[in-house]
Design a protein around this ligand. Structure first.
Ligand code: ADP
Ligand code: PHD
Length: 439
């Protein structure tokens, strides 16, 4: 039996958390490969080491004194080292980091040092071998993960390690330059390691007892999802359920390796199992609710749009030419609406509008910003009548105005657009109807 265990920043924020992690790993012989994140927040209002590193590096680039911030980061690691009574010095590593910051080694390199240093501490604490992710996780020249090469390098290296610590979040290009995944990317590293070692299980340890039906920052103590399919999870994590990085699913999904989300502070809780498929019926009609704020809609109207072959393609081409990806495109007979991320769209707004006018000569283009999208996801929805009806009556009761509805053809999810200010109310109302009152 081989398990890979990934611990998030909340599980490694200080020595006390490290001790819990140590106990978890030592209590099961098969927990042989460990992927740590950088130390996270120790308390509400604290700063993650990764954020301190970004700040420190930006200060260096601006030519200002970055040493006090670097000292603060060093303090975080020595607090852990001392608390664990480890005989470990990070002086050489910090001297190197200081020199590299002066030489402006890059933002990704800077951010990656959080995981690099925590990997060193973890390896010393457990007596496991340290494997630098820069040697085994490869990015191509466009900055995308080279999945095949990574798999080859990782499996070759780890075949020779009985027990190893591989820091999360980063790898390197062919030229050796360090590159990180997007935020939360240690989950992806865990998944890549799971695939490479053909793990029986990928345990992802965090500060909640599994994947919850909805975000605990919106609904107090939501129910835990016992089991969820990769497809459902992909929808939820893409739509903002931050507990697992949206790209962490692909490597393990190919191999059918289950992921178990577990709580470092309550290891006895079963957590959530993420699997390829399951005949277990979900406890409720829906599996989960997630959502994101900050979208913008561009509504295009033109009489007889329905008979103009190629209309949609021409409109979407304008977005493509500006490098903007679209989220949803609901359409009517003479209307078509494109939903995009507001931050991506705002700076190119006028070019897009001009482009649409040139491409399709619309009668009318109207925009609306500050919108939120909510995804209601569940494999059980397909076989249940009235799901959409229940959602909309709950939203009407909560006085939420629905701006857009999009039901995927898989019937796995329903996407609802609302105003940003109604977002939390809408999520609570949907949770209530399906989980609390169940009417
Ligand atoms: N549906 C959800 N289920 C569980 N946690 C969620 C969900 N949506 C958002 N979260 C948030 O995700 C957090 C865990 O992810 P993250 O902060 O990345 O943890 P870690 O530091 O362990 O990687 C939880 O503390 C919770 O606030
Ligand atoms: N430390 C990185 C990568 C990461 O995955 O962290 P965490 O596991 O704490 O979400 C970040 O803050 O983005």
């Amino acid at each position: 039996m081989k398990k890979i265990v990934k611990f998030g920043g909340s599980s490694l924020a200080n020595a006390e958390q490290f001790q819990k992690v140590g106990e978890i790993i030592r209590s099961d012989e098969s927990r042989r490969y460990v992927v740590p994140s950088a130390p996270g927040k120790r308390f509400d209002g604290d700063t993650k080491v990764t954020d301190l590193l970004y700040k420190c590096y930006n200060t260096a680039v601006e030519g200002e004194d970055f040493i006090p911030i670097l000292q603060e980061i060093k303090g975080r690691y020595y607090e852990i080292i001392r608390g664990l009574n480890l005989d470990l010095s990070l002086e050489d590593e910090f001297a190197q980091i200081e020199a590299d910051f002066k030489a402006q080694a890059g933002t990704d390199y800077a951010a990656s040092r959080g995981e690099f240093l925590n990997g060193k501490v973890m390896a010393a604490y457990l007596g496991y071998e340290f494997v630098d992710a820069a040697d085994v996780i490869r990015f191509d020249k466009n900055g995308n993960l080279d999945a095949e090469k990574t798999d080859r390098l990782l499996s070759k290296k780890l075949a020779k390690c009985e027990r190893a610590v591989i820091p999360g979040f980063y790898g390197a290009g062919e030229d050796g330059k360090v590159k990180t995944f997007s935020r939360g990317g240690s989950d992806v590293t865990g998944s890549l390691v799971a695939k490479a070692i053909k793990a029986d299980l990928y345990e992802n340890w965090t500060d909640v007892s599994g994947f919850l039906v909805t975000d605990p920052r919106i609904v107090k103590n939501p129910e835990v999802i016992e089991s969820i399919t990769y497809r459902e999870l992909r929808e939820l994590s893409y739509m903002g359920a931050t507990v697992l990085h949206e790209d962490a699913i692909f490597p393990v999904r190919k191999e059918g390796i289950p992921i178990n989300i577990k709580n470092t502070n309550r290891p006895e809780d079963k957590g959530t199992f993420i699997v390829e498929s399951t005949c277990k019926k979900p406890k409720f009609t829906i599996t989960g609710i997630a959502g994101k704020k900050g979208f913008c809609s561009i509504n295009i109207e033109k009489s007889m749009m329905n008979s103009e072959v190629g209309f949609g393609r021409k409109v979407l081409q304008v977005f493509e030419d500006q490098g903007i990806s679209f989220e949803h495109v609901p359409s009517g007979i003479d209307t078509m609406t494109v939903y995009v991320h507001q931050d991506e769209f705002e700076e190119k707004e006028q070019q897009v509008i001009a482009g649409i006018h040139r491409a399709v000569q619309p009668d009318f283009v109207e925009m609306e910003s500050d919108l939120a999208l909510i995804a209601v996801v569940g494999r059980g929805m397909k076989s249940t009548r009235g799901t959409a009806g229940r959602i909309f009556s709950a939203l009407a009761h909560a006085n939420v105005n629905v701006k857009m509805i999009d039901q995927g053809s898989s019937e796995l999810n329903i996407i609802i657009g609302v105003e940003n200010r109604d977002f939390e109310t809408a999520v609570k109302a949907i949770y209530d109807i399906f989980v609390i009152t169940q009417i």
